[in-house]
Design a protein around this ligand. Structure first.
Ligand code: M6R
Length: 348
């Protein structure tokens, strides 16, 4: 059942600390500063294929592998299957919560026809994807009932973070950040003011989400979750792309959620974009770990604990899940079963 929560989605959002502990269990060795997964992973190059939320996790995965020095690229499964790029010796990784998504299965079949080795990253033991791929990495988030993917996204990103770490040497900082992540997610759940933000902006005309680097897939995911369950117009943009078009949509009636972590170059540049939207009188909601001064330019701040950039993305996403949830609840939407959508999409 829903254990007292009004919706499965809210229950599953709150299950994220536990889902992440299960995902991490037995896989990170703090003493040795190493990650060990029961898959062989030593590829020349990696291609990810996935759909929807899992595609956003795949974008994070590609970014994390690149950071570890492995060329990697994420493809929408539906585009990969119709015009597959050259693969050579690549490993093709299918990221799919259900393990049954037709577009993803067909992209992986195409990859195998072309001689690639395949790895499934999935939540469901015995799913079609796990039977068809050479190897499987389970994300162990536990069953997810809500159509909107929440805890499985967090677990996918953590599983892909671990996968990237297996290729690096000693990774004590990243491992410590992973160890602290479930507790930090709990801290976000306990302190979030997302409901107030939802209340203030529920009647807006449209909702925009911006970020750079790993915060870009978080912006895309924030917008997808938002449109899926609120039925309102929401879009995620790479922060740097705003001025190349989307800025024309920005008004005082379009709140902009800016995902800004750390205090480096990316944060500085996103803050520049925040100033651009502010100059158009758009309300700005900063989702931030407080390391930069983005808060000075924001109407609201959704704080996340300070952590490593690799884990900050998961924390920021939790805030955006809560904003989407509370907005949809205020609008009286069918949150666990949004109109026109199915939990697993078994047609191409
Ligand atoms: O089961 P999968 O991860 O392959 O599903 C892919 C998408 O259909 C799925 O993530 C969809 O976008 C979600 N409903 C988003 O919340």
């Amino acid at each position: 059942g829903k254990s007292g929560y009004e919706h499965y989605m809210l229950k599953e959002i709150h299950e994220q600390p536990r889902a992440l502990r299960q995902c991490l269990r037995g896989r990170v060795n703090e003493m040795e500063g190493r990650v060990s997964l029961d898959v062989d992973f030593d590829p020349e190059r990696v291609q990810f294929v996935a759909c929807g939320t899992s595609y956003h996790a795949a974008l994070c995965g590609a970014h994390l592998l690149q950071r570890s020095g492995i060329p990697a690229q994420a493809f929408l499964a539906s585009e990969y299957a119709t015009s597959p790029p050259p693969i050579g010796e690549d490993l093709v990784v299918g990221v799919t919560q259900s393990g049954e998504t037709a577009d993803t299965l067909s992209a992986l079949r195409e990859a195998r026809r072309r001689g690639a080795r395949t790895l499934a990253v999935t939540n469901v033991v015995g799913s079609t994807v796990s039977r068809e791929c050479d190897q499987t990495l389970y994300v162990r988030a536990g069953p997810e009932i809500g159509v909107a993917a929440t805890k499985t996204f967090a677990a996918q990103v953590v599983a892909l973070t671990m996968l990237a770490l297996t290729t690096d040497g000693e990774q004590r900082d990243a491992i410590a950040a992973l160890r602290d992540l479930p507790g930090n997610v709990q801290a976000v759940l306990d302190s979030s003011t997302a409901r107030e933000v939802a209340e203030e902006y529920v009647d807006s005309e449209a909702f925009f989400f911006i970020g750079r680097g790993l915060c870009y897939p978080v912006a895309l995911e924030g917008a997808l979750k938002f449109k899926e369950i609120t039925y309102e117009h929401a879009e995620g943009f790479a922060a740097g792309e705003l001025k190349h078009g989307p800025l024309a949509l920005v008004t005082e009636d379009t709140p902009v959620f800016a995902v800004v972590t750390g205090d480096g170059e990316l944060a500085r540049k996103t803050i520049g974009n925040v100033k651009e939207v502010e100059a158009r009188d758009a309300p700005v909601i900063a989702v931030t770990d407080g390391q930069s001064d983005v808060e000075r330019y924001a109407d609201h701040v959704l704080r996340i604990p300070t952590s490593e950039p690799r884990t900050a993305a998961v924390l920021a996403n939790v805030q955006l899940q809560l904003v989407a949830y509370h907005t949809a609840a205020m609008l009286g939407r069918s949150i666990d079963k949004p109109r026109n959508l199915a939990k697993s999409v078994t047609v191409e």
